[in-house]
Each structure stands twice: as structure tokens, then as C-alpha cells.
Write a protein that binds this ligand. Sequence first.
Ligand code: AHM
Ligand code: MG
Length: 356
Amino acid sequence: QQFVDMEESPMTLTRFMIQEAVESLDSEHLQDMQNLMASIQMACKKISSLVSRAGISNLTGYEDSGSVNIQGEEQKKLDVLSNDVLKHALKWQGGKLGIIASEEEDEPVMVDEMASGNYIAVFDPLDGSSNIDAGIATGTIFGIFAESSSCLPSDVDGGDLDDATLSCLANTMQPGSSLVAAGYCMYSSSCMMVLTTGDGVNGFTLDPQIGEFVLTHPKITIPSRGKIYSFNEANEPAWDPVLREYISNLKTGNNQSGNAYSSRYIGSMVADVHRTLMYGGIFGYPADKKNPNGKLRLLYECAPMSFLVEQAGGMSTTGSERVLDVIPKAVHQRLPLILGSSDDVQELLDMYAAKK
Ligand code: AHM
Ligand code: MG
């Protein structure tokens, strides 16, 4: 159809970002977002192609060097490659991007020594990569912060990190409420980019015929209540009693909706959150006896996803506070996370409040 009707060109992600900038009162900021998204979408197309060809190009499995990331996790070949792809793509921002923080980097990295800095990018290059060899969905998660204090080029001397540089890197320690953009790209039966710049959530599907992300899911809103819960239930014996009771009630329909819920858990956060955005319900990786902070990382997993979910009308909590209000103390800090439909999350919070 697109090629038959020459009058109609599709609303691509590029065109969407240009239009947002033109229509905005803060067009300079949105032009910056447009440039950043141009790099991110290019990187995601490349990662999508690497993921779909992994079995053919011998990219499954672990790094031959046996390398581990700072969190002691063995790095898959595609973890390392995806990180490199994003890092290189984000280099070319005309000096606007100062710092990146990634799941696969020990410390935040200065992208460009000449950067005056304006923005900070945080990302998980290939979330759910443990699933990759079985062809299960994976995704890239990203967030963009504005720098809270300026990082001047003189801050970087190329040698040891001086105090100015350290304070510059400390800019990454911002709460999710300071995000100016966030999103994910899901590599699944289709490749989808879902993102927000703080004015709602929009979803774009990669059209392989033209190699462009095309707006397919405008103004995504999460249903206020769902019928699905999504947790790694093997950890259930180690959860707190309130959460155990809540999930047990969902199974029997002994909850505010009166419906018995279904269980769905892919074990790939991007895919589990995507389904929750589409169908509603509740997803979480809560604290348990072994992991008092859960599993997921605050800066580049919990915060960007919470921003998206709130922008879509949902809620996101640690169980005791709003995720977007949590100020990170460390780059790779973990945080308990429960997000989804507002009525579902609120019902759990009410149970916690009643048991206090
Ligand atoms: P990763 O960043 O090392 O890939 O781990 C994060 C993933 C998430 O995608 C997913 O929600 C979670 O780990 C699943 O963990 P588990 O296997 O313990 O259920
Ligand atoms: Mg991850």
C-alpha cells in the first residue's frame, strides 16, 4: 500500500521526532532528542539484525575470553557487541552527550572528550540476553537525563579522574523523575521501539520493507486493570507475606476485580513489560529473602521502564515508594520493582498499608 499510494508517506520515527520538535515550545531540546533518537534507532536496527542473525553468524553463547561484567555476570557475545554498537552510535551528537552509563560498563564513560555535556544516556544494551540462544525476545532499554550541572571540556584531562570530572560523572546519579526521555526496543516477532519524551508513550514497528520504524501504536495507555500477573514465581517462598497473599488472591479471584488472573512470565523484562503495557496487569521483580533489593537495576532498567509506565497511565513502585523518586547511590544499584495497571498496583499498595 505504501508504495502504491505515493501521496501517503508513513509516519516514521524520524518524521515523528521532527514534528514533535517543530510543534514544541522547547524546540531546541526536542531537536536534541531527535538527534539522540536518530543514533539510538540506528543502533537498535543494527542490534536487531545481529540478534536475528545470531545463530547464522556464530554470535550465540558467551564471550570466548570468558569476560564478566562488573556484576559478576558472564558476558554473552551479543551483550558486548550491542554495548559497542550503542556506544559508537551515541558518539556523534555534536558535543551534546556527555556521559553514558551501561549495564556492561564498570563505570560511567565520557562519550566525547570535547563534549560540553547536556545529556546523559543510560542503557541496558541487550536485556534478557540469557534467553538469546533459545530465540526468546530480548530488548534494549534506554533513558536520557539532562545534566544537572555542567560538564566543561576542561573537566576532562584524559589522565586520572580529577575532582571536577568525578563530579561531572556524578551527574548520572539522578532519580527517574529527572529523565527527559526513555524507551525500549524489543527484538521479538516484530522489532518495536516504544518511547516517551515526557508527553505520552508511542510505539513504532520496524518495517523491514523500508528499514524504518513506523508509528503503529500511537498514544499507548495501559488498561487501568488487567488479568495477568508476571513474576518469577519460583521465588514465591522467599517473598514477603503481603505479596504472597496478594498473588494467591489473584489466582482465586479473591481480589477487588473478582477475576482469577493468568500467569505469564517470559523472563525478559522488555517483553514482560511490553505485554503489561499492551494488555494490563502487574509485573514485578520484588525483594526476596536472598535478594533484598530484587534483581533489576535502578538506573537503566527500573527508572526508564517506570517513566514509560507512568507516562502510559500506570504505576511503578518498590512496594514502599515510587520508583521514579529513588535517588541512585551507585550506577549498578538494584531495586525491587512492581509496575503495571494502576488499579492492580494500587491494590497491592493498599494491602501493604493495611498490614503496617
Ligand atoms: P540481564 O540484564 O542480566 O539480562 O537480567 C535481567 C533479566 C530481566 O530481563 C528479567 O526480568 C529478569 O532478568 C529475569 O530474571 P529471572 O531469570 O531471575 O527470573
Ligand atoms: Mg538487564
